[in-house]
Ligand binder design. Sequence first.
Ligand SMILES: *Cc1c(COP(=O)(O)O)cnc(C)c1O
Length: 367
Amino acid sequence: MPDQNRIQPQPGIMDIALYQGGAAHVDGVENVIKLSSNENPYGASEKARDAAIRAAHQMHRYPNTDHADLRAAIGELHGIDPDQIICGVGSDEVLQFAAQCFAGVGDEVIMTEHGFSMYPILTRSVGATPVVVPEQERRVDIQAILGAVTERTRIVFLTNPGNPTGTMLDDEDLHRLAKGLPPSVLLVHDGAYSEFVAEDVRHDFELVAAYPNVLATRTFSKIYGLGGLRIGWGHANRDLIDVMNRVRQPFNLSVVQLAAAEAAIRDQAHVSRCRSENAKMRAWLRNALTDLGIGCDESHANFVLARFADAATADACDAALKADGLIVRKAAGYGLPHCLRITIGDEPSCRRVAHVIGRFISEGAQS
Ligand SMILES: *Cc1c(COP(=O)(O)O)cnc(C)c1O
């Protein structure tokens, strides 16, 4: 019996575990380098920053509600229809629109073993049940996803490239998944790291073109270096966009967010520089780690996942990095307690990480 004398939260809400962000401070250590939240070490485009400052002069005005200019700029860059785009407060908000519009009490939402920690939070927030399927050696298993579908399934959340694994599905797997799902199930392709793969990667947009039940999300938080401003977007067929626009607050994006995002999209030179620096240092760091005997899959994103012998070793290495002012992300919350996720920083940061881990390994070998 619900207690008549108390306010009762909606079903599922008290089952939500609070989101754990990447740490930013180490007590007693100065000059820390934060490599725990996959932020862009080179920052945002100067053009985006200038646009944000100019837009601040308009902060007494309400922003426009349809985001037409930003959607046009995104559409032009990617060759997609602006009417098939919805913008949100980070891609997290677009993921929230999807959960809110398409799942509810009694429904199931599928996510993978090492998937993004927002998916269970969003699923529970609408009273639906998260169904977590295993991955194969840190790779998404299409057969496991398809095997978990029931008549209650409403959404499948997929991160590609994966976070924290960095692994990526090929086109054939993506189409096998999209084809295999009932047309009544929404497939969310979360492409938070897509821009790190290649300049022209568009496997997610091709899925949207081919299947009416796919939503592709992208973000300004990662390669664009605008995580602090909170802007993301989704691409899907017009029917899905129309549904989600009904729950979107009319003024969800501020004048500053809109101006910065549009300027950022138009500065692809900055994006290209960040992509190539990231690819170079990612390969360098992976090599350095594997030379030290640390397992590390090929990553397609802006981080690598370092695998240690066991959770205790990963924790000890995390402590050694912290003592040196290097903050990385423990992956226990992602079902990978023996792993550390390390964001690719600039070259000095990557060298410092490799140096400290090298020292940690050699000290362990001596004791
Ligand atoms: C960082 C990240 C996002 C982006 O979140 P924003 O709300 O756009 O900042 C989405 N999905 C995954 C898997 C991420 O790692």
